[in-house]
Design a protein around this ligand. Structure first.
Ligand SMILES: [Zn+2]
Length: 162
């Protein structure tokens, strides 16, 4: 695992230390940890949100083969209905420090919010890569994430009456 000196981002995958996003993607060799399917539901089946922005997609948790850093990936595919149209393929690699952090972010973030996540992440648009977002302290505060989830979904999380 790469050391960042100040320790604040020491848990993040080494690719977040590479300035050139195309180069970072080239150096990313990952293995599958677990999948989050194409939607996020409560145990009673209540839908919280879909896990992709466009027509099709999913989220998975990946582990970097070089440094063991974890990455939460959202894949979205847009299928053009017109002859002249072009299909779109969108990938967002969000760095996480633990499986628990990934689980909570998966619940908290709807598809668009995932894409627009303020923490710097690797974004792929039709296999062209760029960095998106700003550097922020990591790991995230787990209790803070839980509070944000409780607040965001308070209507859905409350026990149903009657
Ligand atoms: Zn790595």
């Amino acid at each position: 695992m790469k050391e960042y000196g100040e320790g604040i981002n020491a848990c993040l995958c080494h690719i977040y230390g590479i300035e050139d996003a195309e180069e970072a993607y080239k150096q990313l060799e990952s293995e599958f940890v677990k999948g989050y399917c194409d939607e996020t539901k409560l145990s009673d089946g209540t839908l919280l949100h879909y896990n992709s922005v466009w027509d099709d997609g999913y989220r998975v948790l990946l582990r970097c083969k070089h440094c063991r850093g974890l990455l939460l990936l959202q894949v979205s595919t847009y299928t053009s209905m017109s002859d002249e149209g072009h299909d779109g393929h969108y990938t967002d690699y969000l760095p996480v420090c633990s499986e628990e952090e990934a689980d909570l972010l998966n619940i908290l973030l709807g598809p668009g919010e995932f894409e627009e996540h303020p923490f710097r992440h690797l974004r792929g648009t039709n296999h062209k890569y760029c960095w998106y977002g700003k550097e922020q302290p990591h790991p995230m505060d787990i209790e803070e994430l839980k509070r944000a989830i409780a607040e965001k979904y308070k209507d859905k999380l409350q026990p149903k009456k009657g």
